[in-house]
Design a protein around this ligand. Sequence first.
Ligand code: SF4
Length: 112
Amino acid sequence: MSDAPPKPSEIGDEANAPPVDEKPYKIIFEANKCIGAGRCAEVADNWTMSIDTGLAQPGSYYIGEDELDENVEAAEVCPAKKGRGVIHVIDRRTDEEIAPDPNGDGTLSVDW
Ligand code: SF4
């Protein structure tokens, strides 16, 4: 098994994704590590809490410039994984994580 982080472009249903120039960003969500703290839903319309599971859920996984700031904020306030966060905002053009980017190098900070 390699220690290299997974490439964001290899995660999700890219075949059915909207064009990059329409939705330049995508969300990768580690739902199994969400602790249901609800901070994301407080700061971003794209995030709601599921009554069934008690966990967060995004309204859309592919987002445009107009939705970027609130999703970046959700990624940064998420306290899960000891503050490293479980909401990942990816720039599809560079295939890099732009938030929360705890490693500071754009690599995908998932614990899979
Ligand atoms: S802020 Fe993070 S841990 Fe809290 S509900 Fe949202 S995704 Fe889950």
